[in-house]
Design a binder for this molecule. Structure first.
Ligand SMILES: [Zn+2]
Length: 303
């Protein structure tokens, strides 16, 4: 299961809100939140989830990068090409995907996360893609983050193709939100989501509000809550890289009716801390799973 994660208030300057791949189950997520909250206070991003919460912990990375290929040219052998043709002919793999996977394989993009994200972004319809930064802290889990304000993807060295794709789906979601409603609506959605999240957290027994405010969420005075939301708005606007979002918007042009519909759905999801919040995450997750399934089909030609 994948959960959206919000960074703690203290981390907002640099991180504000991130989404991460997290394929642990509900119990694991709850436990992870609890353990992190207890052990590390609010120094690490804590999750509020839709149906659950979780910090990004264990990712089920395929870790395809370890697949050695002798360093030479990446070219499908005749036998591999025949198997690929069979997959297409049998309907197991659409030609569109087969061509794409063959291309990223033959260009060596599979072994280079920067090249790979560019190709994946193209596949999603983008000429410009977010920067990908390797973050040693993410290594253990094979997890990744899409950092909304800065528009950057942060990954561990073991990031796999599905996780990278997942984060690019988040990037695409926020591109649509930006083009449809602008940055202020994104901030407002994130602020509402954060506040709703504190309440929702109680259901999971998380001590997030306690760690952030030194008291339970429902004990906060209106002034304290106001300060929280205005500080959050401020740090969001300070860290938001509007040039990045503008550049993407200019390259994409006007929203299609479908994109607008998506953006409306995402805005609702952003504001909600209950299960509606899952819309953003579920979409990214569903698309990741689909993508991985097709990728695994492709990889079967090497067996
Ligand atoms: Zn995600």
């Amino acid at each position: 299961m994948i959960s959206p994660i919000y960074s703690s208030f203290q981390n907002l300057k640099t991180q504000s809100i991130s989404f991460s791949s997290n394929k642990t189950n509900i119990t694991d997520n709850k436990q992870a939140v609890k353990e992190t909250t207890e052990k590390e206070g609010i120094s690490k991003p804590l999750a509020i989830g839709a149906t659950l919460g979780g910090i990004a912990t264990v990712g089920a990375a395929i870790y395809f990068l370890s697949r050695g290929h002798g360093g030479a040219k990446f070219k499908l052998t005749d036998a591999e090409q025949t198997k690929l043709n069979d997959l297409i002919a049998s309907g197991k793999l659409d030609k569109k995907y087969a061509d794409f996977f063959r291309e990223i394989y033959e260009t060596g993009a599979l072994n280079n996360s920067t090249k790979l994200k560019t190709k994946l972004a193209e596949f999603l319809g983008y000429k410009i893609s977010p920067d990908v930064e390797i973050d040693k802290n993410l290594d253990k889990s094979g997890m990744a983050l899409y950092d909304v304000p800065t528009g950057k993807i942060r990954v561990g060295e073991k990031v796999d193709i599905g996780v990278l794709y997942h984060e690019l789906v988040h990037f695409s979601q926020f591109d649509k939100l930006y083009r449809a409603f602008g940055k202020d609506a994104i901030f407002e959605g994130m602020v509402k989501g954060a506040v709703n999240g504190f309440e929702f957290d109680k259901l999971m027994g998380s001590k997030r509000a306690l760690a952030t405010f030194g008291k339970e969420f429902d004990k906060l005075t209106p002034e304290e809550l106001n300060k929280f939301t205005s500080d959050l708005r401020k740090s969001l606007s300070e860290s938001f890289d509007e040039d990045f979002y503008k550049k993407i918007a200019e390259s994409k042009g006007q929203l299609t009716p479908e994109e607008l519909e998506d953006a409306q759905k995402y805005l609702k999801a952003l504001e909600a801390a209950d299960r509606n919040h899952a819309a953003l995450e579920n979409e990214a997750y569903t698309r990741e799973i689909q993508f991985e399934k097709k990728f695994n089909e492709f990889m079967s030609i090497f067996k």
